[in-house]
Design a protein around this ligand. Structure first.
Ligand code: DGL
Length: 263
């Protein structure tokens, strides 16, 4: 059986990562799992996120994958280490690639970061940045209202504009030249963000950064795959399909509901 790339997120937001991977690897089979029964991860404890992430990874590994992508920033922050200890296959999170990209494009070495409460509290971005750019300074802010606004599909709504402005004004005053969108949902807000931040500020999309790393590192040899996509969720496939299609811009044929107690 041909092996796929497995991708998981707390819900629908990780489809931004799926989309970027699909763009760079059109021939690879991709499996996506969204933990829609237990979303949001952003406000939960490290222990809980590790437990959920191991269950999600276990499920995807049972489906025969040769690479696991942890699309969720909160899982990448809290559980990447535990996942790498637990499983033998290559595992990649979204934080390393995003930080690397930010450190390459910043000129004044002042980087803004927005993400969930969990991601910001974990300080994992700061730790990673020390590896790539010890002189860089991060100005971080949790922006918890943005996930529900995306889920509501208020991508360019005036309320969303106001909320983003309120969140990032203090960061802009610190003269950042780069802003990391450290959450799966934020890339779909890029248009609205761009109206608030100057063109000179680099917006770092972790989804694009992780896809670049995967295509350069893990997929040098050609595969005979036909670019199948399969989608699994832990609850509410219909809602996933509806929001998912607006993120992906294509129609999702089938979303299968998984119950971990039954697998
Ligand atoms: N997927 C989460 C992340 O990237 C955002 C949504 C949530 O809180 O579960 O951090």
């Amino acid at each position: 059986m041909k092996k796929s790339i497995g991708i998981f997120d707390s819900g629908v937001g990780g489809l931004t990562v799926f989309k970027s991977i699909r763009e760079v690897l059109p021939h690879r089979n991709l499996l996506y799992f969204g933990d829609t029964a237990r979303v949001p991860y952003g406000s939960k404890s490290k222990e809980t996120i590790i437990k959920y992430s191991i269950q999600n990874a276990n499920f995807l590994i049972q489906q025969n994958i040769d690479l696991l992508v942890v699309a969720c920033n909160t899982s990448s922050a809290f559980a990447l280490h535990a996942l790498k200890k637990e499983f033998k296959i290559p595992i990649i999170g979204v934080i390393g690639p995003g930080v690397k990209k930010a450190s390459q494009v910043t000129k004044n070495k002042r980087i803004g970061l927005i993400g969930t409460e969990g991601t910001i509290k974990s300080k994992v971005y700061e730790e990673k940045l020390k590896e790539y750019c010890p002189q860089c300074k991060i100005f971080a802010k949790p922006t918890p209202l943005l996930v529900p606004l995306v889920e509501e599909n208020w991508l360019e709504h005036k309320v969303t504009h106001m909320v983003i402005k309120e969140y990032i004004e203090s960061m802009l005053a610190k003269n950042i030249d780069t802003l990391i969108m450290g959450c799966t949902h934020y890339p779909v807000l890029k248009k609205t963000l761009r109206k608030i931040v100057d063109d000179k500020i680099n917006l770092i999309d972790s989804a694009e950064s992780v896809a670049e790393v995967i295509s350069s590192k893990f997929d040098k040899e050609k595969t005979e795959q036909d670019g199948n996509s399969k989608f699994f969720v832990s609850d509410n496939p219909r809602k996933f399909k509806k929001i998912g299609e607006s993120i992906l811009d294509f129609s999702i044929k089938n979303v299968k509901r998984i119950n971990f107690e039954e697998t």
